[in-house]
Write a protein that binds this ligand. Structure first.
Ligand code: CDP
Length: 213
């Protein structure tokens, strides 16, 4: 059983995915972390995240422990992630790992929830359940701003908003695997839903979709 959850930055897809996975007893993969780890690796080696050679080299040498690095959460790393993510060879390199995780969830779990930008469209086009989580950009910026403040980062709201808009632009307009909802995805607009309501709505959809088939 595969649940694909896509959506733009800070839309609430991570929170929702974790919660669904916990509730259903499935594994969870935050695929954004993989792109963040590649972006961070390029920054650490002094390279340019938009450089296909540097980015592909970083993607090839990625190890699972790199995904656990707490430094992946910063906005600088997020911007680098969305630059490496626009490179075809980087995405191709990371595809098998994601598909393997979905097909064979760790610890023999019965299903997997993957969240990202292209899970329902490219990584797992046959996923039984596809969700697309969206929210208005100012609301997303407000959430990300609070998150970063809570982590002790020194930031200003207008910068967070600008970073999100730049990233949305790159993610939606890139040639390879652009951010978009699969036509059959269930769209959840979290501008008007809190985390609990989004979880309830997603679960109701999953349960109704199951009983239909
Ligand atoms: O946490 P947030 O929603 O801000 O971002 P993320 O999910 O950690 O993803 C960071 C960046 O990785 C995104 O802006 C995308 O450019 C890229 N990404 C992608 O291209 N495809 C995915 N499946 C996941 C992330």
């Amino acid at each position: 059983m595969i649940i694909a959850v896509d959506g733009p930055a800070a839309s609430g897809k991570g929170t929702l995915s974790k919660r669904l996975a916990r509730h259903l007893g499935y594994a969870h993969l935050d695929t954004g972390k993989i792109y963040r780890a590649v972006g961070q690796q390029v920054l650490l080696s002094g390279g340019d995240p938009s450089d296909p050679i540097a980015a592909t080299r970083a993607a090839r040498s990625l190890t699972p422990d790199a995904l656990e690095n707490p430094a992946l959460t910063t906005d600088t790393v997020a911007a680098a992630a969305s630059k490496v993510a626009a490179i075809d060879a980087v995405r191709a390199q990371l595809l098998t790992f994601q598909q393997d995780f979905a097909a064979n969830p760790p610890n023999g779990l019965a299903g997997a929830v993957l969240d990202g930008r292209d899970i329902g469209t490219v990584v797992c086009p046959d996923a039984k359940i596809k969700l697309f989580v969206d929210a208005n950009v100012e609301i997303r910026a407000e959430r990300r701003y609070k998150e970063l403040l809570d982590r002790g980062e020194e930031i200003i709201y207008s910068r967070v908003l600008q970073d999100l808009q730049d990233r949305d632009d790159r993610d939606k307009n890139r040639k390879v695997a652009p951010l978009r909802a699969a036509p059959e995805a269930f769209v959840l607009d979290t501008s008007v839903l809190n985390a609990e309501d989004a979880f309830r709505a997603a679960l109701a959809f999953i349960e109704s979709d199951h009983s239909d088939k």
